[in-house]
Design a protein around this ligand. Structure first.
Ligand SMILES: [Zn+2]
Length: 136
């Protein structure tokens, strides 16, 4: 497999910073790319055939924070059995400053779920940013 760091660097250089972050943030939904990602991926792998990995490898390589670039790490979060609304100002701060802190309680929104913890992926830099934001 191509080195994930080298692949990300080459893809970022090829797409440009803004488009690369958009590509990473969109990720793979149900193991598939969006149409515009397929177009970009075809352009990239035509120029860089050494990075023409399959979708599973690409999805694994792109498990990074689109804001900080850190690789996402597994953790668990508390589950709230019921519906819960977060304040809009908090949701906006989270998506702008620490999208992968993954330290909020996760509500089931009425869906059946066994247990009190659920697996999440987090970015260490997002957790640092969230802690700094909370101190202010
Ligand atoms: Zn982050």
């Amino acid at each position: 497999m191509a080195d994930a760091v080298a692949l990300r660097q080459a893809l970022a250089a090829f797409l440009g910073d803004t488009q690369y972050r958009k590509f990473v943030a969109r990720g793979m939904y149900r193991g598939r790319m969006a149409y515009w990602q397929e177009q970009e991926w075809t352009r990239f792998t035509t120029a860089h055939p050494e990075f023409a990995v399959d979708l599973n490898e690409l999805a694994a390589a792109l498990l990074v924070c689109h804001l900080h670039g850190d690789e996402l790490k597994p953790d668990t979060a508390e589950v709230f059995h019921g519906c819960m609304d977060l304040a809009r100002w908090y949701v906006e701060a989270r998506s702008r400053l620490f999208p992968y802190a993954a330290q909020d309680v996760i509500s089931t929104e009425g869906r059946p779920f066994e247990g009190d913890r659920i697996g999440v992926l987090f970015c260490p830099a997002c957790r640092v940013a969230r802690a700094g934001w909370r101190r202010r």
